[in-house]
Design a protein around this ligand. Structure first.
Ligand code: ADP
Ligand code: MG
Length: 369
């Protein structure tokens, strides 16, 4: 018998009044998989998670956990547990009592409670903190207590709703590594909600990109990044240069809409340009970011684009703003987009890049003339 999926959603729909938060969603998550739901705020990720946990009753559709229909089962009877962004620890209880809480509710005896809670604390490297109160811990430590509390009852899947959202960047990156290790040790499915594309790319076996209560694309991090199927995904997962129909024709010489990643483009001073395909333009800005340099270029026959250069040459020639440059690419790196997004125009694409680097009046006039 093939392994049953940990979670199977069939035509899951949730309406809040006239808002359709989740719209006829079909999804299977394998046991042992690190699965992320990635999308902008309001795209329905939390609602899906709450439906799986049993905190929210779907308007229609079915939820199965390990082959069992749990659609109308109360949360307490579902073999999953949830970790929230705000930790939701009991402030008046010690760390160990917080962790042991779920065991107490389930009637587990005192000695076994203590043993299992200490084990769970060890799994998140907090052995020495059993007797502290939550307010005597840092944010990262509190989140680890929340993880220990959720895993101590041995759920068959763990649901995590933006659990690292409140932490600063360094701590978040450290917790990402620990989360991945914990998932590996426990061997259970983690369903991880985030609006942070870096986090989703780093952690996940597979990612579902959410937009308006539906999945816009589902795949491995590599598939999503290398082959985004729509403008929405190309733009939301990583940074993309988008070419609408008109600019695809004028710059790329192709019909349809295309995207290309900034790191797939090569920038040279116009004079020493060789090879094709390529397009010329003017350097608008160089953004120095240590390990990389981002170049912003206004193409003569197209939109403002972004080129990412690896800072690997110590004696790289610095380019002045206004330098005439040539951009070249490999046609294999162009990605055709099936426009599921509403009819955007080339102007929209140019504007979305404008948001990063303000265009000066002179430059704008030059390009329009
Ligand atoms: P996300 O987690 O992706 O930010 P949510 O699932 O929280 O998105 O929300 C999806 C949509 O459903 C949003 O439009 C949100 O305003 C709406 N929504 C969520 N929860 C409720 C609720 N309890 N009552 C009314 N509308 C809600
Ligand atoms: Mg949410």
């Amino acid at each position: 018998m093939p392994d049953l999926p940990a979670i199977r959603l069939t035509q899951l729909t949730k309406l809040f009044g006239s808002v359709s938060a989740v719209d006829h969603l079909d999804l299977e998550i394998a046991a042992g998989e690190f699965f992320s739901m990635l999308g902008p705020s309001g795209s329905g990720k939390t609602t899906v998670l709450r439906c799986i946990a049993g905190f929210e009753q779907p308007t229609s559709g079915r939820i199965e956990l390990f082959g069992q229909d749990v659609t109308s089962k109360p949360a307490a009877l579902r073999p999953v547990n949830t970790v929230f962004q705000d930790y939701a620890l009991f402030p008046h209880m010690s760390v160990i009592d917080n962790v042991a809480y779920g065991l107490r509710v389930r009637g587990v005896g005192r000695a076994e409670r203590r043993r299992r809670a200490l084990d769970a604390l060890a799994s998140v490297r907090l052995e020495g903190f059993a007797d502290r109160r939550p307010n005597q811990l840092s944010g990262g430590q509190r989140q680890r207590v929340a993880l220990a509390r959720a895993t101590v009852v041995k759920p068959k899947a763990l649901l995590l709703d933006e659990p690292l959202g409140a932490l600063d960047l360094k701590l978040r990156q450290q917790m990402q590594v620990e989360l991945k290790q914990l998932q590996h040790e426990l061997g259970i499915a983690f369903v991880f909600v985030t609006h942070d594309q870096d986090e989703a790319l780093t952690l996940s076996d597979r990612i579902a990109v959410f937009n308006n209560g539906r999945i816009e694309q589902l795949g491995t991090p590599r598939e999503l990044y290398e082959n985004p199927v729509s403008r929405f995904v190309a733009d939301f997962v990583g940074t993309s240069n988008l070419f609408g129909r008109e600019h695809a024709r004028s710059v790329l010489g192709r019909e349809g809409e295309y995207s290309i990643r900034p790191e797939k483009l090569t920038l040279t001073a116009e004079a020493d340009a060789s090879g094709s395909p390529s397009a010329s333009g003017t350097l608008v800005e160089s953004v120095y970011a240590g390990s990389s340099i981002r170049r912003v270029v206004d193409l003569d026959a197209g939109p403002r684009i972004s080129v990412l250069e690896h800072n690997d040459r110590t004696h790289r020639v610095e380019l002045e703003r206004g330098t005439r440059v040539r951009i070249s690419w490999n046609d294999d790196d162009l990605r055709p987009l099936a426009g599921t997004a509403p009819a955007w125009t080339d102007d929209d694409a140019a504007e979305s890049l404008d948001a990063d680097v303000p265009r000066t009046r002179g430059e704008k006039e030059r390009q329009e003339s």
